[in-house]
Design a protein around this ligand. Structure first.
Ligand code: SF4
Length: 346
């Protein structure tokens, strides 16, 4: 919902200021339209339905995986594709992966979104509407886990509880809108402590995030300790060299006292060798960083490392004192990587 348009419309209609808060409270709890907002006058509900679209996004496609993962493709009002994903975990977490841009200008070579044409930054409302879509889905019977999902351990919960900004786009390039959306996420059930912003190393954004009053987690997409390899697969490394990025992450840690998660996607024969694990351990301070190894969902140009290579890599890091985990893969049977659903529908 375009919250600025909502406020303007209510003000023009002479409505008191609390009306906007009422409407937001309903939307955040998963109401599926103005008609459900029973403490608003009926005439006002009709007027809002006619003038303020309930969502800034239109659902264009959706893929459901056997493990309960749902990937949704939306279109903005001006026709830009946006993807978001709901992941359900055995421990009960219901985590959302949200997008901050339509497409991405940064062209990382392993990323399907990077291969798409960059559209534009999303507004805060377009970011929030991704979360509200899944809030509604989890609230309705249709969104509850199927029997096979329950067998896999998913609870019939009604609210997402974690958010990661790891969908389409570089969130630090659109940080005003991302933070504006983050301010409202607790109303949807997602606290700041359970919100993480992932960056490829956009230093001005890292420094700004360190200054916010919200205890949001920082994740760094690192993917290669060697500067030449990193520049090859992530051109942003030319603009913001890794050593400077790590220094910014250390400043973030000093300001927030929260570990920085390093995301490291495992690409077979590219960044998964023994000496590359040693090099990674050498540049990361275990007091500041924790590593998350990510099995790769192939997008065409690269193959993912096998489980043995990933385990060996993790062991090398842990032997050197770094905490390292391997991310659980979700939604393997649906279009796997960010950007793939949009590409398939184009
Ligand atoms: S990995 Fe992130 S920053 Fe790089 S191209 Fe993909 S969306 Fe953009």
């Amino acid at each position: 919902m375009d919250l600025a348009l909502l406020q303007r419309t209510l003000a023009d209609a002479g409505q008191p200021a609390f009306r906007a808060r009422q409407v937001w409270a309903w939307a955040a709890r998963g109401a599926d339209g103005y008609a459900a907002m029973t403490d608003l006058p009926a005439g006002l509900r009709d007027d809002l339905a006619a003038t303020v679209p309930f969502s800034t996004l239109a659902l264009a496609d959706e893929a459901h995986a056997k493990d309960g993962t749902v990937k949704s493709l939306f279109h903005t009002a001006d026709g830009r594709p946006v993807e978001a994903v709901l992941m359900r975990y055995r421990d009960g977490r219901r985590s959302l992966c949200l997008s901050s841009q339509s497409g991405c200008p940064l062209t990382c070579t392993f990323c399907a979104t990077g291969a798409m044409k960059f559209g534009r930054n999303l507004t805060a409302s377009e970011i929030l509407d991704q979360a509200l879509h899944f809030r509604r889905m989890l609230r309705t019977t249709a969104g509850r886990p199927t029997s096979s999902e329950r067998d896999a351990g998913s609870p019939a919960g009604d609210s997402p509880d974690h958010v990661v900004f790891m969908g389409m786009g570089e969130p630090m390039m659109n940080l005003d809108s991302v933070l504006e959306a983050c301010r409202r996420l607790p109303g949807v059930g997602i606290t700041h402590r359970r919100t993480a912003i992932s960056t490829v190393g956009w230093i001005p954004g890292i420094d700004r995030l360190a200054q916010t009053d919200m205890p949001i987690r920082l994740a760094l997409s690192l993917h290669a300790a060697d500067p030449a390899l990193r520049s090859e697969i992530m051109p942003v490394n030319e603009r913001y060299p890794l050593a400077d990025v790590l220094a910014a992450c250390t400043r973030f840690h000093a300001a927030k006292r929260r570990l920085v998660f390093v995301e490291y996607v495992m690409l077979a024969g590219v960044n998964d060798r023994y000496e590359q694990a040693v090099a990674l351990a050498e540049i990361l301070d275990p007091k500041v960083f924790k590593v998350n190894l990510i099995p790769y969902n192939p997008t065409g140009s690269f193959d993912g490392s096998g489980p043995e290579a990933i385990d060996t890599f993790r062991a090398v890091l842990e032997e050197r004192g770094l905490r390292a985990t391997v991310r659980l893969t979700r939604g393997r049977d649906i279009a796997a990587a960010c950007g793939q659903l949009a590409a398939a529908s184009a």
